[in-house]
Ligand binder design. Structure first.
Ligand code: NDP
Length: 453
């Protein structure tokens, strides 16, 4: 009989927490409790990746209908009905949350639908005052959106609200130049909303390959997003017919809605963490070692709350590695190098490894890059362009980075990512026979470097 109520108590029912809880309980026989104050599934399932991707799909059918005409189909798209889509979306999220709850119950995890905080190295307190002791505590509270404060900032919505608007706005201003801002600019534009985007810097998607983000920006503008670079909001006020926005570029416009996507912060406020000795970083993130262990040996943390690489599959791996280390006695570090990822802008971007700029700062490189009009869209009369790009080390010949801007780039980078992760050289890519006619065949047919650096 253990001296604790649980072997493991997990705080947070998102991707990382749920995976760790159900593997620890279901596969190692640990007695596991989990507390979640909101809906099970976390940011990814409830207010992130999943509903976002469904909205991306919804937003592409208008163009598809136009292209179908060019291919000889007698059809017109008509109007997008937000109520129809929104009702289905809500039902889908309910279904997915149900699956998460079932998975937890099926593995024997005891769940508590309330907030929990840490009171000492082995105790958590639930919102109703009940205390539970546990040999290990796993912090998996994720993150939340962060909106800067300025006059009228409370009028802004965020990615939390965008999925639940009572009606689709006629116009929207999206502020920010990161993943969320750029993805929603494409979604709203595709759904027929007049979309304006403000980004304070010189080019959207800071940190990604310059050529790739430049092409994404060009294509977004060409598809109708009114993108203003070097521009920020000064103040906002509610007026008849919407929100009046005064911008740093001297303009004033009224928008139906303003959505802020200016980053996310770890959910560590008022959790009792520093009081028990858990160390937090500058953004409030839980500081952990390679095994996700905090400064308190019995407390671990995984996922966005640690602000390492804020992606669902990474949180899941961190959760699995934690179970292996703590419950199977097989210490496992998570490898945070060479993680492929996709940005669901329109067009999509898939990326792994170093940008041209970062690689060139590190060592002499060759750049292989080609941009062209893809067959399917070109035939339909569109001027869309795609990009296939490899960054190659001159010394080792290894592909240091692969960047794709194209419809389906997310699917492509998952596969190209295997080769890059394995350490494939440019010559390994070249040994592969092209699949024809597909866009990605360019990745194995680029003979001469576009430039060296
Ligand atoms: P990001 O950190 O990616 O981008 C934040 C953006 O807001 C940046 O362009 C930043 O500008 C700008 N910004 C920050 N503060 C201000 C301010 N005070 N005023 C004006 N602009 C400001 O955050 P997101 O919210 O887009 O996404 C959060 C995280 O979620 C991502 O980092 C990613 O890990 C994850 N995510 C992943 C997705 C995917 O894999 N497809 C999709 C969505 C989210 P600047 O560049 O100048 O700092």
């Amino acid at each position: 009989m253990s001296e604790f109520d649980f072997d493991l108590f997990v705080i947070g029912g998102g991707s990382g927490g749920v995976r760790a809880a159900r593997v620890a309980a279901g596969e190692t026989g640990a007695k596991v409790g989990l507390a979640e104050e909101d809906r099970y599934g976390g940011t990814c399932v409830i207010r992130g990746c999943v509903p976002k991707k469904l909205m991306v799909f919804a937003s592409t059918y208008g163009d598809m209908a136009e292209d179908a005409q060019a291919y000889g189909w007698d059809m017109t798209a008509g109007d997008f009905n937000w109520d129809t889509f929104h009702g289905k979306l809500a039902g889908e999220l309910d279904r997915l949350e149900g699956i998460y709850r079932k998975l937890l119950a099926g593995s024997g995890v005891e769940t508590f639908d309330q907030r929990a905080k840490v009171v000492d190295a082995h105790t958590v307190e639930l919102a109703d005052g009940t205390r539970k002791s546990a040999k290990q505590i796993l912090l998996a509270m994720g993150g939340r959106v962060s909106v800067p404060e300025f006059p009228g900032s409370d009028l802004a919505i965020t990615s939390n609200e965008i999925f639940h608007l009572p009606e689709l706005p006629k116009s929207i201003l999206i502020v920010g130049g990161g993943y969320i801002a750029c993805e929603f600019a494409g979604i709203m534009n595709g759904l027929g909303v007049k979309t304006t985007q403000f980004y304070r810097g010189a080019q959207i998607l800071r940190g990604f390959d310059d050529e790739a983000r430049g092409l994404v920006a060009e294509e977004m503008i060409q598809r109708g997003v009114d993108l203003h670079l070097g521009t920020n909001v000064l103040e906002m006020e509610k007026v008849e017919g919407g929100i009046r926005v005064k911008a740093t570029n001297g303009t004033e416009h009224v928008f139906d809605q303003v959505m802020y996507a200016t980053g996310r912060v770890p959910n560590t406020d008022d959790m009792g963490l520093e009081e028990v000795g858990v160390k937090l970083g500058r953004k409030g993130e839980v500081l952990v070692d390679d095994y996700s262990q905090t400064a308190v040996p019995s407390i671990y943390a995984v996922g966005d709350v640690t602000d390492r690489v804020n992606l669902t599959p990474v949180a899941i791996r961190e959760g699995m590695a934690f179970v292996s280390t703590v419950f199977r006695g097989e210490p496992m570090k998570v490898d945070h190098e060479l993680i492929p990822s996709a940005i669901f802008t329109q067009p999509e971007m898939g990326t792994i490894g170093l940008s041209e700029e970062d690689a060139a700062a590190q060592e002499p490189i060759e750049v292989y890059s080609t941009s062209f009009k893809p067959m399917q869209q070109s035939f339909a009369g569109r001027s869309d362009r795609v990009l296939m790009k490899l960054i190659v080390s001159q010394a080792s010949r290894k592909v240091l980075g692969c960047h794709i801007v194209a419809p389906g780039a997310g699917e492509m980078i998952q596969l190209a990512g295997i080769a890059v992760k394995m350490g494939a050289t440019k010559e390994d890519f070249d040994r592969v026979v092209a699949v024809h006619p597909v866009m990605a065949e360019e990745l194995v047919t680029m003979r001469n470097p576009t430039r060296t650096a």
